[in-house]
Design a protein around this ligand. Sequence first.
Ligand SMILES: Cc1cc2nc3c(=O)[nH]c(=O)nc-3n(C[C@H](O)[C@H](O)[C@H](O)COP(=O)(O)OP(=O)(O)OC[C@H]3O[C@@H](n4cnc5c(N)ncnc54)[C@H](O)[C@@H]3O)c2cc1C
Length: 562
Amino acid sequence: MTSRASYPADGSFDYIIVGGGSAGCLLANRLSRDPAMRVLLLEAGRKDDYPWIHVPVGYLYCIGNPRTDWLFKTEPDAGLNGRSLRYPRGKTLGGCSSINGMIYMRGQARDFDGWAATTGDDAWSWQNCLPDFKAHEDHYRLDNGADPKTGGNSRFSDMHGHGGEWRIEKQRLKWDILETFAEAAVEAGIPRSDDFNSGDNEGVGYFEVNQRSGWRWNTSKAFLRPAKNRPNLTIWTQSHVERLILEAGASGRKRCTGVILHRQGRTAEVRASKEVILSAGAIGSPQILQLSGIGPAGLLKRHGIEVAHDLPGVGENLQDHLQIRAVFKVANAKTLNTLANSLFGKAMIGLEYALKRSGPMSMSPSQLGAFTRSDDGQAHANLEYHVQPLSLDAFGEPLHNVPAFTASVCNLNPTSVGSVRIRSSKASDAPVIAPNYLSTEEDRRIAAESLRQVRRIVSQPALAKYQPQEWKPGLQFQSDEELTRLAGDIANTIFHPVGTTKMGRDDDPMAVVDSRLRVRGIEGLRVVDAGIMPKITSGNTNAPTLMIAEKAAGWIVADARA
Ligand SMILES: Cc1cc2nc3c(=O)[nH]c(=O)nc-3n(C[C@H](O)[C@H](O)[C@H](O)COP(=O)(O)OP(=O)(O)OC[C@H]3O[C@@H](n4cnc5c(N)ncnc54)[C@H](O)[C@@H]3O)c2cc1C
């Protein structure tokens, strides 16, 4: 390609980070701390200067919007009775942290201990991940020193950090219907929790969120803003990476020396003298690897791509949390459905946000959470509830016009796995995303059990004053078979794809990266994003992705110095 531009004119960057999302923004900050290192961050989307990114309720307008979302769709899924889902992924600086539900959730200690066992690397144990969670944390409960909620004892500060870039705050509004649901959950035997992030999240309580004074706190504000004037950090938006440049390395193995991207209407190549780091997320990173000839040989050949390195695990092992959205109509209760469906209600909502940065516009989609066990045989909480004072068919669709709340419940440890595979050899074609939800007997059984458990909670005395009536799936459905089928009708992704470039031991043929996140068989190339998780965490996935990036940054810097 003779017209291809080559940057920069004076040589190469040291590091190229592909993807300015949750992981990519943190990495850009950490790697550019050393003024001697020239870092390039490439993001396919635009800057995060779109107003709805910053107003918390704006997720409703960012999902399904080409300004901020890749607009992916899943393949028709047998477990969802043939439905295909919208599969939102952030396409802007901040990535998914610019459009997500803002819930700060680390997962359970056993998740990380499990990663350590899978990889044989104790660096991933909970005890050794905790410092990486705390390193960037700025928890409001430590604003004045010790946590006031726990009477000033040190347990909370042992677990949490303060003064880092990643702000965590309490939510700025309350709903009676949610507080009453919490009381019903306690009546049903779920204990209260005032910290979901101590390694064991079992209990019911309010989620803490990534916000600052009523505004969304995304990773672009947190990590890029303080670094963007560093002369050694270059940020290019609207720069779509199409594939990697692979050359013979000094050891005879292949080495990644740069990337080919589409920018300002032309194709260009940029070079990295030390490393290229893929942080394009669990959909984007495997797609780029496959387009570059790194992936399952059969798939690559089918699309006419020369196989640079046969790595069968690239794009496999897709795991996600499936939320089953049970909806209950209520009487005598304030819900967002009724407030937002009247002109007066809308005006009051706008006024409250303008004056106090509180009220429904400051709202993350889910405020109340609960972690519990689907049955007594479970050793740990294996279900997460997101309880919402609203109902809709799916995020991105309008609110229903009747007073209702949603008790969305998801299996935290699904055994169904899917895949992300290129559709063609063109970078502009969205990949084929096949999550294979509810494809195992175990996941189907837990789906039916979880709907029964929702019914148990909602039938507790506390909620009786709101006369809840099950709307979806509907009380007429009782058998395992009916409940599983209905779960397939009302379930949706809760937006947590992970695992498609999983880390693992050398003798695991499906491992894509080693436990230090280096791509197997290729020098100078790492993957640092949610895709490297070998197993999905027992909670929402943004905080663990930041922890992964923090840990990886330490290794990348140390390797450069070695
Ligand atoms: C709607 C929604 C709600 C969610 N709610 C929560 C929540 O409340 N709490 C929580 O913990 N988690 C939540 N998540 C999940 C969480 O946000 C993600 O797990 C996390 O952000 C993943 O980070 P990442 O760095 O792996 O990928 P991303 O943040 O997706 O970053 C990838 C970046 O790479 C860019 N990119 C992709 N391909 C290319 C390419 N070819 N060239 C250049 N750039 C490219 C993308 O545009 C994007 O900016 C939610 C996600 C969504 C979508």
